[in-house]
Each structure stands twice: as C-alpha cells, then as structure tokens.
Design a binder for this molecule. Structure first.
Ligand SMILES: *Cc1c(COP(=O)(O)O)cnc(C)c1O
Length: 213
C-alpha cells in the first residue's frame, strides 16, 4: 500500500493538467502493478532491454516513455510500442527513430533533450541548436516533436536549478502552441522548482517507489 499512498499524496499536490511519469527503472513488476492498479498509466524507463521486457510482461495499455540515453542501434526494439521518447539528443538518432517509425507504419512522439546542467556527462543539444534541430525535424515525417526535456544539475543549490529550469521554460514558451505542448522537467529532488518554472511533465522515481538500491 505504500506505493499507492505515495502516489495519492503526490497526485493531491499537483494540478490535474500536469503529467506524471512514474520512473520505474529497477522496479519489479509487482511494484509497477501496484501503481498501475491505483491509476498510474505512464511509466518511464532508461534501459532498452529492461523496457522491452516490461512491455512484454505488463498490461498493454501502459504508456511507456524512454527517458534514458538511447543508442541508435536499439531504436528498433522499442519502435512499435514506445509512446514518448524524451531523450532525442542527436540528428542521427532522430533519423533512425523516423526510419523505424515509418517501418512500423506509425508516428513516434519525441522531445528534444537540452543540456542545461553544469555536469558534462549529461546528454542533450545546446540551447542555440534548437532551431536547427527543429528545421531538420520537419523532414522526418514519422516523428512528432512535442517539446523539450531537460535535467537540472544535481546540487543542493536551488538557485542553480531554478535558473536552468527558467532558461528551458523560456525556450519552450517561444514555441508553445504552434509546435510544442510538452516540457519534461523535474525529478524527485527538484520537481517543485520545475513546476514553478512551467513544467508540464514531471518524472518521479524515488518519491513514488522509495529509494533505489
Ligand atoms: C532516474 C530518472 C528520473 C527519476 O529520478 P528520481 O530521483 O528517482 O525521481 C527522472 N528522470 C530521468 C532522466 C532519470 O534517469
């Protein structure tokens, strides 16, 4: 019941037009099913192998989101079922997603991942590249770019995170309505700052399922 209660508390606190992605990486089917039974349908995974296994084993109306770095050679394993890819971080990847989506006779919704954090090891395009990426994306008829995704710096300094999220929201707002409807930002440690800065989709793992081992 712990997971159910945590989910209830979170849903009470957030507005109903904010999307909640339950980040289920490393969690087992039992934990995922508990949250599913309490109404959670969107789940996020960061590894293709784990994601495809869970897709096979769990209810088919779950909406699976890819939230981890995606290698080009693995797109084919998720193309038929993935509901949103948050982590488009290269043109090569975009091209491959488009090709595999075409083969599956569908369109795949994607977010452009933007590098806003101080850490060098995080993935994503730079802010000044967004327009070029969007221009190129227009040629890829089988992907829909729905918006932007970003991860804040992992730090206790809330001002740093606040500024990063503010910057990303500014880019989102410039293109909202005619192109974008989704701004994916905010994890367990920083989702309140993300919501304050216009996030439309938060990705929570540990605040729903508890600490990861
Ligand atoms: C793991 C992960 C999350 C969730 O992290 P928590 O701190 O457990 O909420 C969100 N987004 C991405 C991209 C992740 O890899």
């Amino acid at each position: 019941m712990l997971i159910t209660n945590r989910l209830k508390e979170i849903n009470k606190k957030i507005s109903s037009n904010l999307s909640l992605v339950a980040v289920s990486k490393t969690r087992n089917n039992k934990e995922i099913l508990e949250s599913y039974k309490s109404g959670q349908l969107m789940f996020g995974e960061n590894k293709v192998q784990e994601l495809t296994k869970k897709y096979e084993e769990l209810p088919k109306n779950i909406q699976w989101h890819m939230i981890g770095h995606l290698q080009t050679n693995k797109v084919k394993y998720i193309a038929k079922f993935i509901s949103l890819i948050h982590t488009v971080d290269s043109i090569k990847l975009m091209k491959e997603i488009n090709k595999r989506a075409f083969n599956e006779n569908r369109n795949i919704d994607c977010l452009i991942q933007i590098h806003i954090a101080k850490e060098k090891n995080k993935f994503g395009f730079k802010i000044h590249e967004i327009n070029d990426v969007l221009d190129l994306a227009r040629d890829f008829k089988n992907i829909n770019i729905k918006g932007l995704m970003g991860m804040g710096t992992y730090t206790d300094d809330l001002d740093i995170i606040n500024n990063e999220f503010k910057t990303l929201n500014c880019e989102f707002l410039k293109r909202k309505n005619f192109e974008f409807d989704t701004l994916s930002m905010g994890m367990s440690n920083d989702y309140k700052i993300a919501i304050k800065n216009g996030s439309t989709m938060i990705r929570l793992g540990s605040s729903i399922f508890g600490k990861r081992k």
